[in-house]
Write a protein of this length. Structure first.
Length: 242
């Protein structure tokens, strides 16, 4: 009997170690709680983060123990990656934004137009988009934007006014990155240096978001399970993230 209990305990310990290892080093699930990445990501998207892509940092491990500095087996992220990260000024949270600026880059937004290293980032009008991430429908303009290096992705804009659309010139410090939401007028990101994000150190990047496992627009009470099938966004299941 004692041997059987011992074997059961060993099995549970091994399973726990494997689960923690997979969570820590390989893939981590992440649920989208806000509309800052509309239209690329929607509220209710359930996605996976590749935590090995950029190597391992303290934030890759459960409870973020301060065991070492920097990254082990580190790989530089690419401009345009959709990145899940721990904001440096609010380490109890996890955010997702698009990586816009690399170390040493200069970034500026003027009249709603993004410029990187003194060059305007090309964008093309794609018509209107109805944003429901805040509850009621909001009609915004949709654009395709092509970053230096050739990465093209969608953004939406409501206005060209206000601070977020007319920023100072930022110079990204060595070892840091500049991240912005695709929903440009509904994203608290690196444009706000006194906010939770600001410049993001490499160690705070958990990894790129790689694919959407599932998605739901849950509006009915959670216990009305018979309504769940109708609230699933079936077309977003198993979709790669660009």
């Amino acid at each position: 009997m004692k041997q059987r209990v011992s074997e059961t305990v060993k099995t549970l310990v091994v399973a726990l170690v494997v689960a923690v290892g997979l969570h820590s080093v390989l893939l981590q699930p992440f649920w989208i709680p806000s509309g800052s990445m509309v239209p690329s990501l929607l509220v209710g998207d359930y996605l996976f983060v590749n935590k090995f892509a950029y190597g391992v940092s303290r934030y890759s491990l459960p409870f973020a123990p301060n065991l070492f500095a920097g990254r082990i087996f580190g790989h530089a992220p690419r401009r345009g990656d959709v990145v899940v990260f721990v904001p440096p000024n609010d380490r109890n949270e996890v955010y997702v934004k698009r990586l816009i600026g690399l170390p040493g880059d200069t970034i500026r937004v003027t009249g709603g137009q993004l410029s990187i290293n003194g060059q305007q980032v090309p964008r093309l009008e794609q018509g209107i988009y109805v944003d429901t991430s805040g509850g009621g429908p909001v009609v915004v303009e949709r654009f395709s934007e092509t970053l230096p290096g050739g990465k093209t992705h969608a953004i939406v804009k409501l206005t060209d006014q206000g601070f977020a659309n007319n920023t100072p010139l930022y110079t990204v410090p060595a070892g840091d990155y500049f991240l912005m939401g695709d929903n440009r007028d509904n994203s608290y990101d690196s444009r706000f240096l006194d906010g939770p994000v600001g410049y993001v150190p490499a160690a705070n990047l958990l990894g790129p978001a790689v694919f959407i496992l599932g998605s739901a627009d849950l509006r009915a009470p959670w216990w009305e399970v018979w309504k769940w099938p109708g609230e699933m966004r079936w077309g977003r299941f198993f979709r790669a993230i660009h």
